[in-house]
Unconditional design. Structure first.
Length: 110
């Protein structure tokens, strides 16, 4: 994990932001080509990670910084090109009103 994740991070690797199978309908702008997503259940964030061509860590930046995620516990790319984020919710072992399945769809530059 890169230095920006923190020493006690519970970050988990998610899908790549761009993949050949989604060329017709990429989930993100071309800027994310070659990057992959990680998410952190404790810190409630999703990051885009940049690696060098030989696979070394280069940088990490917040993905969708204006959005709030409630303890993301899984992420998948759907066959429709959307990114699905499963959120646990902020309370432990409870029926969380903020738990759910979120979808993120890139609709082009605004």
């Amino acid at each position: 994990m890169g230095p920006d994740a923190g020493n006690d991070s519970l970050a988990t690797r998610g899908p790549r932001g761009y993949d050949e199978i989604y060329q017709a309908r990429a989930i993100c702008p071309p800027y994310y080509e070659g990057k992959f997503f990680i998410y952190d259940w404790i810190r409630h964030w999703i990051m885009a990670v940049t690696l060098s061509p030989n696979g070394n860590y280069e940088a990490m930046e917040r993905f969708a910084p204006r959005d709030s995620f409630s303890a993301p516990i899984d992420m998948e790319l759907g066959p429709n090109g959307q990114l699905y984020v499963l959120e646990y919710g902020k309370a432990w072992f409870a029926k969380n009103a903020d738990a759910g399945l979120s979808t993120i769809e890139y609709r082009g530059k605004r």
